[in-house]
Structures are given as C-alpha cells and as structure tokens.
Design a protein around this ligand. Structure first.
Ligand code: DAH
Length: 341
C-alpha cells in the first residue's frame, strides 16, 4: 500500500508539472483528490490493514494529500502568472511607433464660398436665417405675389407633396422673405441660404436641387442705389477689387422694378468662352425693390417702409469665386477635385 501511495504521489506530481492551463488542474484535482479519486479509494482500502498500521498509513495518506493540494495551488499560481505575462506581452502598446495620421476632410468649395458670403453680409449688419426646405405654397408663391395661374406654379416645374398643391419643396429661398417679415421687427436685414428644388433635368448648368442665398433689407428710404451699392460691394469682396458687374432689367412677381446682376466672366474676362456660353457675362442673381403688394400682405405699410431683395445662385457664385468651369464638378464630389480647395 505504501508503494501504491508513493506511485500515486509521483504520478500526480508529474502530471501536475506538465499542465498548461488552470482547467487541467481541476481535472487532476478530481482524479486524485475527488470523491472517487485515487487517494480516496486508497483510504477506503485501509480496512484491510492491521489496527497498528492504520493510523500510520492514515497519516501518510493525509501527508500526501496535503502535498498534492499545496502542489496544485502552487501550479495554479504559476499558470495564472504565465497567462498574465503572455497577455501583457500580447497587448503591449509600443508608444514609440509613429502614429497613423487620420485623413481629414475639409469644407466643400461651395460652402467655403458661402462662408465668405456670410462674413461679408454679417460685416454689413445682416442676420443669417435658416428655414424649411418643405414649404407652404402660400409662402413660396401667393405671399410673393405669384398667385394661382402663375407659370412657375405648374406641376411640371414644382415638386408638390399633394394634389391640393398646398405643400411643396421650395422652388426658391424667397419664402424666407415672408417668414422674416412675419416674425421680425423692422427694420430688417437678413440673408437666408439653403437648398431649393425644381423639376429640371441634370445637365451642365441645371440640377433638380441647387442652392440659393436670399437677401432682404426693409427700412425707411431704401432705394435701388442701396441695392446696387450693396451687391457691388459683395461682388468686389468676393471676386476681387475692380470686378465688373452689370444690372439688366428683368421681371419677378415680388419685385418692382426687378433686375438681374451679371458678373464679367472669370474665365475669359468678357471675351466670350464656353463657361459663359460666349456671352462674356455670368448671371449670378435676381433682385429688385420689394413689390408694395408683398409688403402689404405682410402688414407693412409701403408708404412708410421700402425694401430691396435678391436671390443668388450659390453654385454659380462658387464657380466664379474658385474659377470652376463646370457645375457638375460641384455635385460629383470627386476627391481629386475637392482636394484642390
Ligand atoms: N427667387 C428668384 C429666383 O429663384 C430670385 C430672386 C429675384 C430673388 C429677385 C429675390 C428677388 O429676392 O428680389 O429666380
């Protein structure tokens, strides 16, 4: 029995030494020290021993048991430490390795141009407004003096949301004039940039979605000279000193008189080229003196107050500002193009 005990001990210690994981230790614990383990079954055979031998043998078995338990514990600690070291090695961060520079994007050229436009107007005391792209036809048309039957209200030109033609994707930023008149104290100086929508096919100069910047001033004794002075200042600050502009008569339902402002072509300097379609000029905005009916509909007395307004195409303005020759480049978002700004 003694030999058996020695054998179990040697075997167990041997097995213990070659364990690789804490889980293996549990298996060994069961195998040698468990209820049906080898030491326990040895103890059960003690009945066969003489009464003198029994306590000695018992003491020996207990000693081996204590040895094994201590060894198990020691090995468990060793394995845990080894596992921890392996993990620390695996998860080590080498803080001396050079970092990977994140690829940062930057502002789109059209928004760069918009930032400059905002700065110029804020410098002249204007407030920047933001408004809804889903708009009431009443504000987009009626309150701007474009009543039922006006050609721009046609289904083929406008994105309506329902057959009753009450709600639509705004076709211009001009309804922001009405929103400003309805909510702000006089005098008013605002610009309102944003997206507008029309049923246009995409080509070199058209897109069903594009951007406008609306502008409006209402004050006492405001004249067309103020309009021209302000818009010429804008053109010079945006496109450079000495920029040549021209104002042509035009018609808009909500202004009287109305005009369009052209800027001399940035590509050819007025000689005529594909960018300006041979004209030498590029139209960038519509403007005019606010129609007295528009003021009246907003409860403003046209005898006391007058105002001017403009609506500027942002894509075209950005094209002039950064000498971009094709409108589609603005929307394609090719990084090789965008990275140049
Ligand atoms: N809303 C006009 C358009 O989309 C542009 C415009 C013209 C705006 C004259 C104005 C204005 O404020 O006074 O064509």
């Amino acid at each position: 029995m003694k030999e058996q005990l020695a054998k179990i001990k040697a075997e167990a210690l041997n097995a213990l030494e070659s364990t690789q994981a804490v889980a293996d230790l549990d298996a060994l614990r069961v195998k040698y020290l468990g209820k049906k383990g080898e030491l326990t079954s040895l103890l059960k055979q003690m009945g066969a021993l003489s009464p003198e031998e029994r306590p000695r043998m018992g003491a020996l078995v207990n000693e081996v048991k204590a040895n094994l338990e201590a060894a198990l514990e020691g090995q468990a600690k060793k394995l845990e430490q080894a596992a921890m070291e392996a993990r620390l090695k695996l998860e080590a961060v080498d803080v001396t390795i050079p970092g990977k520079a994140p690829k940062l994007g930057h502002k789109h050229p059209m928004y760069l141009a918009l930032d400059e436009i905002k700065d110029i107007f804020i410098g002249m005391g204007f407030t920047v407004l933001d408004g809804p792209e889903i708009e009431l036809a009443e504000l987009n048309f009626d309150r701007l003096n474009a009543e039922e039957g006006h050609p721009s209200r046609d289904w083929s030109d406008t994105f309506y949301f329902s057959a009753d033609e009450k709600v639509m994707l705004r076709s211009q930023t001009s309804p922001m004039q009405v929103r400003a008149m309805d909510t702000m104290e006089l005098p008013i100086r605002i610009i309102a940039p944003g997206r507008v929508y029309r049923k246009d096919e995409v080509d070199a100069t058209h897109s069903p979605m594009f951007h406008q910047v609306e502008g409006m001033v209402i004050d006492k004794n405001v004249t067309m000279a103020d309009l021209k002075g302000t818009l010429n200042t804008l053109a010079e600050q945006l496109f450079g000193k000495g920029t040549v502009t021209r104002f042509r008569p035009h018609h808009f339902p909500f202004t009287e008189p109305s005009c369009e402002m052209d800027v001399q072509c940035h590509k050819c300097g007025g000689a005529g080229c594909p960018t300006c379609k041979g004209e030498g000029w590029i139209e960038i905005l519509g403007a005019g003196m606010i129609h007295p009916r528009v003021l009246e509909m907003a409860g403003i007395d046209p005898g006391e107050w007058s105002g001017w307004a403009f609506g500027m195409g942002l894509e075209r303005t950005a094209m002039g500002r950064f000498k971009i020759s094709d409108l589609r480049l603005i929307f394609e978002n090719d990084v090789r193009f965008l990275e140049q700004f």
